[in-house]
Design a binder for this molecule. Structure first.
Ligand SMILES: Nc1ncnc2c1ncn2[C@@H]1O[C@H](COP(=O)(O)OP(=O)(O)OP(=O)(O)O)[C@@H](O)[C@H]1O
Ligand SMILES: [Mg+2]
Length: 328
């Protein structure tokens, strides 16, 4: 998409809606009518504030939602097959081998009493059924090497690794079955800026070397600018805006994208004041009747408070959901 070449579509997510259904509570509409396409070798940034549904959407792609989660609408085509039509057994065949995921916070949940090498070997054993010790060792060493960890460090325990190394080990695990797509949920959150840059560099390098496609989940637009080709900006479970990265940064059309960008420092204009977005994202049990962003929007008018805006295409690769786009 970014260089004008027609790239193969790997993942085609169409109009996906997800509810959380808990006992004695009305269903919570965590994700509503979200669509996007992931091309071969592309890095897609999934951005938005805490609670906007990023992890929910990411988990749904692998059909790994928690028990209360239900995909109520939509299709998730991977290489032409709708994964929502597969049985759980068929899902087990494709999960991790086609698409794998680095779970949010997983680097802090490594088993403290088992070596890193053992834990990576366990992932390979589970997903590929490989049991020969010598083969497993060789595979673990190759994976560690690929993510920049000296292979002899496979004998170390998680507490003997730095935060950056633990996240590298998680990336190694995600690569264990040579997937086409890796979903990385907040892989750099909680790492310091230098280490964050190294992890992004690693993901970029792997993307190029292995032809990997990556869905990078983050609340940090700075991270997105650094490595992504396309961006899906979510707000309160819906798509605010979806476009190539340069369009999002230079010609944002949704007021949420615009306000989000003005809340980030621009090094080329260091004297400009940073503006924060007043208020909080909507609670799922009290969603506003019209546009979900209307209560915080600096451009909202009457219609925004009563009618949901449709997602409109401004170009073949640029969509946004805002009534202002129609009024003009
Ligand atoms: N098991 C659950 N039951 C009910 N509601 C849930 C459940 N899991 C998540 N939610 C709600 O769904 C919404 C989306 O949550 P999600 O974790 O997908 O957001 P997120 O964008 O990943 O946030 P963060 O940036 O904090 O990780 C939130 O309002 C959250 O409270
Ligand atoms: Mg999350």
């Amino acid at each position: 998409m970014n260089n004008g070449l027609m790239k193969k579509t790997l993942l085609d997510v169409r109009n996906v809606s997800i509810d959380y259904v808990n006992r004695n509570e009305a269903p919570a509409h965590a994700v509503e009518d979200v669509s996007f396409v992931l091309h071969e070798g592309e890095m897609l940034g999934l951005v938005g504030e805490s609670g906007c549904g990023k992890t929910t959407l990411a988990l749904s792609l692998l059909r790994l939602l928690p028990a209360a989660g239900r995909i109520t609408e939509g299709e998730i085509f991977f290489k032409g097959t709708d994964w929502l039509d597969l049985t759980e057994k068929q899902m087990e065949e494709v999960r991790w081998k086609e698409i794998s995921m680095i779970f949010q916070g997983a680097m802090n949940a490594l088993n403290p009493v088992r070596t890193i090498g053992d834990q990576i070997a366990e992932a390979i054993r589970q997903h590929l059924g490989e049991t020969r010790k010598s083969t497993l060792n060789a595979m673990v060493e190759e994976l560690l090497d690929r993510v920049g960890i000296p292979p002899n460090r496979r004998e170390s325990y998680p507490h003997q690794y730095s935060g950056g190394m633990r996240q590298r080990a998680m990336i190694a695990m995600a690569l264990a079955c040579s997937p086409d797509v890796v979903i990385a949920d907040e892989p750099t959150t909680a790492l310091d800026v230098m280490i964050q840059a190294q992890i992004l560099e690693l993901l970029s390098r792997l993307q190029k070397q292995l032809g990997l496609s990556v869905i990078l989940v983050t609340h940090d637009l700075g991270v997105v600018a650094e490595v992504c080709d396309t961006v899906l900006v979510m707000y309160g479970g819906v798509t605010a805006e979806y476009a190539p990265v340069d369009v999002i940064y230079n010609f944002p059309r949704h007021p949420y994208t615009q306000q989000l960008l003005s809340a980030f420092p621009d090094l080329s204009k260091p004297t400009e004041r940073l503006v924060s977005i007043p208020g909080y994202p909507p609670r799922l049990e009290a969603l506003p009747p019209g546009c979900r962003f209307a209560p915080r929007c600096n451009k909202a008018f009457d219609r925004c408070h009563v009618e949901k805006p449709e997602l409109r295409f401004l170009a073949s690769d640029h969509a946004a959901s805002c009534h202002l786009l129609e009024e003009k």
